[in-house]
Every structure is written in C-alpha cells, then in structure tokens.
Write a protein that binds this ligand. Sequence first.
Ligand SMILES: [Zn+2]
Length: 238
Amino acid sequence: MQTIDETDATNLIKQAAAITFLTGAGISTASGVPDYRSLSGVYLGIERPEYLLSHTCMVEEPEKFYSFVQTLYHPKAEPNSIHLKMAELENIKDIWIISQNIDGLHAKAKTQQLVNFHGNLYDCYCRKCGQSVSADTYLTSDRHEQCGGQIRPNIVLYEEGLDEQAIAVSVEAIAKADLIVIVGTSFQVHPFCDLIHYAKATATILVINQTPIHLNRDAYFLKEDAMKVFKNRVTEER
Ligand SMILES: [Zn+2]
C-alpha cells in the first residue's frame, strides 16, 4: 500500500462521484461502542464471544446467550462525525455504505444506501411467531409476551449464513464504485473482506486505519484516526 497524507486522502474523497465505504468497529469507538472482539478470552471466564454469539448458544443456553448479547447494546450511543459525514455525502454523491457493525449507528445517522452486512442489534424478532419486537422490549426480556417464544436480534450469529440479499447488494455497490474507502477495520473477517475482489480494475482504493491491512491489490493508505479526517473537510466542495 502506498502511504498518503490527509490532504491527498481528502481530495480522493472530494473528487470521486461514486464512493462505497466499507466500515468496521473502529468508526464506532468514538461513539462509545467497544469492539466485542476485544473482549475475546476475558469475557465470562473461559468462554469466548465466538461461542456466546453462536446459534448453538442461543438455542442450548438461551440465558447465557441473552446475558452476553445484552452487553453489546448501547442504546444511548449516538452517531459520530464519521457516520454523519458519510450520510451527508449522500446529498452530493452516489454513496453506498457496507458495514460490519451491528450497532445501528449508520441507520441512526440516516444513511439511505446501507447494507448492515452482519445485521443490526436494534432490529429484533420472535423466533417462534416471527413478529418484530423493539430492542427496548428485548432488553427487558428475551421472552415474547404474546407467544412465549424466544426473541433474538437480527444479527448474523456464528454458524449462521449471511443474508443473500445483503451479499448481492454489496457486490453491486462495490462493482460500481470509483472509490472504495475502507475505514476502521482490520479487514480480516471473511467474507466481508472478500468483497474487495468485486471492485472495478479502475477503482481507487483508500484505506483509513491506524494499522495497515492486507490487500491483494494496490491501495492508498492513510494512517490516521478516521474521526480527524471526517470531522472537517470531506463534504466541502472540491
Ligand atoms: Zn412470538
């Protein structure tokens, strides 16, 4: 990856007409939402999030599942400058956001063209009757009052497949972008990181992250806190 400075990175964003952002946990830490993967190994003794967030755990140990999932909710968290500026860019450009985050903050920032690749914690439903249930209700009990069924968040658990529609829309959004901006993710989770293979050969790729990531094609790299970049200038006229 070729390292560039903040001005050059900002200019790439200003000059592109069609941008697809690929976002990860790093963009939500400034909103007070920690990356649950950072809890790995320390949470609940020996059990890891990979088990606690698995389909097996939800079915076989619903209480354990529920108490872990509750810790992922931050209902008071608000979108920060990164979410808000990305949403604002929709007014002047063709923007798509594909996010690994399940915190619902891109939606809260009123992003229209959004794929929550791994689902959204704030979108809950009853496993038994299928009815939608508010996250507030789910946070008071995981039992559906009307039918006694188990309520779950609409997130992709370990052992579960991704939503096919989400994959199809993501592939299309990547394939049409002039500029792909990867922000706040170490870009190691498959198949999310495989989406980059659908980029046009002529597309420019920009990575804004604290550490470099591994990519099989040329990319520009800005080693910077994304907050700093998005706070000010990206929505100014070019
Ligand atoms: Zn129900």
